[in-house]
Design a protein around this ligand. Structure first.
Ligand SMILES: CC(C)(COP(=O)(O)OP(=O)(O)OC[C@H]1O[C@@H](n2cnc3c(N)ncnc32)[C@H](O)[C@@H]1OP(=O)(O)O)[C@@H](O)C(=O)NCCC(=O)NCCS
Length: 258
């Protein structure tokens, strides 16, 4: 996940644990916003957040962050959505509130064939941009994916006459070495009237296959932890869960950062 993401970072601070369970905290520094991403043991990751806050307070530097994702565990989510856990005591200093729970999944293998893949066509992210957006507005209004976003690798869709009834895109990410690449899938949406016909699975299989044939070492995606329907599709196609997160955003945030 970090190897894939690092192509998008220009300035980072990295802290890791010594003498504790393994964890790493990456702070991606942008002009307007710092994003914190923890990986590894949940308690140890939380310890790194606390150390970062204390260090910044000691130096008189601001402690607020624009966004934060930490591994899910007793120290971060506590007793569940309504019961505060140890992380909640830090959120005021970070200027954040709980936003979501989400998972990161990945595969490096060709997915099994899905019959409906025959209906999937490659889209032009510029020419088809408005049609893709119209489909997403109905099928997946919460997504931040956009066909004309930076680093888009491909968009696929299924048409019913002139109308796109399902779409999915992918963006380019890094690989294990300098110059290597992976694909990150996003923006899967099938209009309600076309659901239950395997189109979601067909779109995911087709874009995954396109990524692997374009040289991606792996293909990744993120999903909200409660999206069992999407999870069923991804599992069936060979995706494995490699990270379970809880994320925190500014008050009133309605979408995660892109
Ligand atoms: C998720 C989504 C793309 C699925 O599209 P779809 O074309 O209906 O999907 P498919 O027909 O390929 O597969 C649906 C599968 O979910 C299963 N399913 C349906 N409701 C389910 C539920 N509540 N819980 C678990 N599985 C469910 C179906 O039985 C089917 O399983 P199968 O693959 O074993 O047959 C569509 O519901 C959608 O656009 N949702 C809103 C946006 C979204 O959540 N996108 C994914 C973001 S990660």
């Amino acid at each position: 996940m970090l190897l894939g993401d690092r192509v998008r970072w220009s300035r980072v601070e990295v802290a890791s644990t010594e003498g504790l369970a393994p964890a790493i905290l990456v702070a991606v520094l942008r002009e307007a916003r710092t994003t914190l991403l923890g990986r590894g043991d949940p308690d140890a990751a939380l310890h790194l957040v606390r150390e970062r806050l204390e260090g910044r307070e000691r130096d008189g530097r601001p402690t607020t962050a624009g966004w934060m994702s930490l591994p899910r565990g007793a120290s971060t989510v506590g007793g569940g959505d309504d019961v505060p856990g140890p992380v909640d005591a830090l959120l005021g200093r970070l200027g954040l509130e709980r936003f979501s729970t989400w998972d990161w999944m990945v595969t490096a293998d060709e997915p099994p064939a899905v019959e409906a893949e025959d209906a999937v066509v490659r889209l032009d992210p510029v020419v088809d941009a408005d049609a893709i957006r119209a489909c997403l507005a109905e099928a997946n209004p919460g997504t931040t994916a956009d066909p004309t976003g930076p680093q888009e690798a491909a968009w696929c869709g299924v048409r019913d006459g002139d109308v796109l009834v399902g779409v999915m895109g992918a963006s380019l990410r890094g690989g294990s070495d300098e110059g290597g690449l992976s694909w990150h899938l996003h923006g899967l949406g099938v209009r309600p009237r076309a659901r239950g016909r395997d189109l979601g699975a067909a779109l995911t299989a087709a874009v995954t296959r396109a990524g692997l044939s374009a040289g991606a070492e792996w293909v990744s995606l993120g999903l909200y932890a409660d999206n069992e329907r999407a999870r069923g599709i991804y599992r069936r196609l060979g995706y494995a869960t490699e990270g379970e997160f809880v994320s925190f955003g500014p008050a009133g945030a309605r979408r995660p950062p892109t």
